[in-house]
Design a protein around this ligand. Structure first.
Ligand SMILES: Nc1ncnc2c1ncn2[C@@H]1O[C@H](COP(=O)(O)OP(=O)(O)O)[C@@H](O)[C@H]1O
Ligand SMILES: [Mg+2]
Length: 387
């Protein structure tokens, strides 16, 4: 059967690390895993899925899940611990589980295994890491931890408008926006709170900060939040858009921008997420409408430069080996670049060219890790399956 060719003793082995699942063997985006496996096969690398539960750091042999493309089925096989592990544990809650953490910490200490992207990022750490560094501070909007109303009040006094975002949020969940404006009727200060809903957003007005804060507190509940200066990002046909960059290490182990996409916000939305009515578009087209062709070139170059500086700084401060991250960036009306967030478990890019290159880079970087760890240990890095 194809298994023996998929898992040959002559091929290096890359393990995709995920969570076990009582019903489906393992969790995560299967079609993404299959794409990585197929790309690996084309490039001479065996790729298997390994669960945290099966990954017993003391054991030489563990269970891996192999995919057979002709029968479109998964099977278990006994394998050696892969030389390289690519962490795709899908949920923060799973990754922070003490048992899972024990395994991850043990794996991080194993000299013969190289694991990349071992943790999710949280939004507050990102801003702490990037806000003070010389190479990155210029891209970072003013950001505070949202613990009391004076944090928000201070930010609104300075910038007039702020985004409120959960530290561990994703896909626009829990995002709010506050605008401080002068009331038209009585010329008193008014606060407008926009709350992101499934699609579009609801706006509620409050005359006093205390009233606004009490509503914000209700919305926040026990979640931790940041408050951030809102950036007036450029619009295309009245809809704001932002850039989504994929930054990955290449075959030389160096950071490189794999591709840049754009997300155009839904009509009534305060974010650009596709599930919230946003849509995918061509960054050059959107930027050119505002800045012309030359301006667009300059902006995209600056965005690349910013992304590389940010990736290096995030990796340095996170203290872990990273192989990829996606970034959301905004472009303001003057063409300035602003960083909104980075994600260590990027969602798949739907732009076909970016997608293809992204898969190849995961395999190329894994090969780089195998090659360089071999050079270090002088040993053989081939993982021998025992069956
Ligand atoms: N400071 C900001 N200024 C302007 N727009 C912002 C700001 N922060 C976030 N946004 C908008 O909201 C979107 C979602 O914010 P993000 O920080 O990426 O949160 P999530 O983790 O939910 O994706 C961004 O892609 C951007 O369109
Ligand atoms: Mg985002």
């Amino acid at each position: 059967m194809e298994l023996s060719s998929a898992l040959s003793i002559h091929r290096p082995l890359l393990g995709i690390l995920t969570m076990d699942d009582s019903e489906e063997l393992f969790r995560g985006n299967r079609s993404n895993f299959i794409d990585i496996i197929k790309t690996g096969t084309e490039m001479g690398v065996s790729v298997c899925v390994v669960t945290v539960k099966d990954l017993k750091p003391g054991h030489k042999k563990i269970i891996g899940y192999m995919y057979n493309p002709s029968s479109k089925s998964w099977s278990q096989q006994i394998i050696g611990i892969p030389r390289v592990l690519y962490n795709r544990i899908p949920q923060r809650e799973d990754e922070s589980d003490p048992e899972v953490q024990r395994t991850l910490q043990a794996v991080l200490k194993m000299p013969q295994v190289r694991i990349f992207n071992p943790t999710f990022f949280n939004k507050w750490s990102l801003f702490e890491w990037l806000g003070k560094a010389k190479t990155t501070a210029k891209y970072i909007p003013a950001t505070r931890r949202l613990s009391a109303s004076h944090e928000l009040e201070g930010l609104l006094k300075l910038h007039g408008s702020a985004y409120l975002k959960p530290i561990s949020g994703k896909a626009g969940k829990g995002i709010m926006k506050v605008d401080r404006c002068v009331g038209k009727v009585d010329r008193k200060l008014e606060y407008a709170l926009s709350i992101q809903e499934t699609k579009g957003s609801a706006v509620i007005r409050y005359p006093k900060i205390s009233q606004l804060w009490s509503r914000v507190k209700d919305e926040i509940g026990h979640e931790e939040y940041i408050a951030q200066q809102s950036i007036s990002i450029v619009r295309y046909k009245k809809r704001p858009f932002d850039l989504r960059l994929l930054v990955q290490k290449n075959y030389k182990g160096e950071w490189d921008v794999t591709g840049i996409g754009a997300r155009l916000a839904g009509k009534m939305s305060i974010t650009t997420h596709v599930p919230r009515g946003g849509s995918i578009d061509d960054p050059e087209k959107l930027l050119a409408a505002a800045f012309g062709l030359e301006g667009t070139k300059r902006i995209l170059l600056r965005a690349r430069k910013a992304a590389l500086a940010i990736a290096r700084q995030v990796e340095k401060k996170s203290g872990h080996m990273l192989g990829e991250m996606s970034m959301d960036m905004g472009v303001d009306i003057h063409g300035g670049i602003w960083f909104f967030e980075a994600n260590s478990k990027p969602m798949k890019f739907d732009e076909p060219q970016i997608r293809k290159k992204s898969l190849e880079r995961i395999v190329q970087y894994s090969l780089y890790l195998i090659r360089t760890s071999q050079a270090k240990t002088g040993g053989h890095s081939v993982n021998h399956p025992s069956s």
